[in-house]
Ligand binder design. Structure first.
Ligand SMILES: NC(=O)c1ccc[n+]([C@@H]2O[C@H](COP(=O)([O-])OP(=O)(O)OC[C@H]3O[C@@H](n4cnc5c(N)ncnc54)[C@H](OP(=O)(O)O)[C@@H]3O)[C@@H](O)[C@H]2O)c1
Length: 251
């Protein structure tokens, strides 16, 4: 039986991924800071799921939990999904919250990968996945640190994808568009092509199965965002400053 550890698997995209892998017969490990979210969502699947009360921004905590899971259950796949976003967008950055975001969204991924690789490299196989965002393709207004952390995760994984092939370890970056989860529930701006978390989980799992280097979805919206990323920046500034696209105007 295969084993997957999903950071932040207690709500939203991580929860739907956990449910999907459980339904396919995998053993699943999830972590989160708040155990009550796990208790609410996993009452009927206790047999094949293990919860770790862990903060991914604390290196020793996340590493101890991944080490424990891989030793007692196994570790074929690690999905670094835990992340936070801004509740309210602002033109003046909230620096305290931005630092917290770097610790969770970027260092949390590195700490998780470090722990997984300690097991996967000696074993000569494994899969690492990070949930970035299409917000990582461009510096978006109002969410500077979020865009920065997601861009950093994309490039970090791109390098690792190349480096780790010789160890038979595949690295996939996932870049979702808008997904209906607690993270997006406070957004007051329009969210084009928003999709259910259960549908996002199916698309993500297929990309993981195909060992894609990077997978951005939904297709139309992510294509538009990727086109923006290759335009001259003066054109980008003109387009993104239109009222409907400037999310920092919501607060
Ligand atoms: N929803 C979207 O539209 C969207 C789009 C693109 C990318 N993403 C990315 O997808 C990932 C999942 O987002 P989501 O929308 O599913 O969010 P969510 O519903 O808010 O879920 C976040 C999960 O991460 C956990 N978490 C947060 N901080 C943590 C920490 N420091 N340590 C351990 N666990 C932590 C949360 O549990 P606790 O709070 O209990 O810790 C929860 O299980 C994030 O990386 C997000 O940036 C989301």
């Amino acid at each position: 039986m295969k084993a997957v550890y999903i950071t932040g698997g207690t709500t939203g995209i991580g929860l739907e991924l956990a449910k999907l892998y459980l339904s396919q017969g995998w053993k699943v490990g999830v972590c989160g800071r708040d155990k009550s979210k796990f208790d609410e969502n996993f009452f009927s699947h206790r047999d094949n799921i293990t919860f770790y009360q862990v903060d991914v921004s604390k290196r020793e905590e996340i590493q101890a939990s991944i080490a424990d899971f891989s030793k007692s259950i196994g570790l074929d796949l690690l999905i670094a999904n835990a992340g936070i976003g801004y509740k309210f967008k602002s033109k003046v950055p909230d620096f305290e919250f931005s630092y917290k975001m770097v610790h969770i969204n970027l260092l949390g991924v590195m700490y998780s990968f470090e722990a997984a690789l300690a097991v996967m490299i000696p074993r000569g196989k494994g899969q690492l996945v990070a949930i970035s965002s299409i917000a990582g393709y461009n510096g978006l207004p109002g969410v500077s640190a979020y865009s920065a952390t997601k861009a950093a995760v994309q490039k970090y994984c791109e390098s690792l994808h190349l480096d780790l092939r010789k160890f038979n370890i595949n690295v996939t970056t996932i870049c979702p568009g808008f997904v209906e989860t607690p993270l997006t529930s406070t957004n007051r701006h329009s969210m084009p092509f928003i999709m259910k978390a259960s549908k996002a989980a199916v698309l993500i799992s297929k990309a993981i199965e195909r060992k894609k280097m990077i997978y951005a979805f939904p297709f139309l919206f992510s294509s538009f965002v990727r086109l923006l990323s290759i335009l001259p920046r003066t054109w980008y500034r003109f387009i993104i400053s239109r009222k409907s696209l400037d999310y920092s105007k919501e607060s």
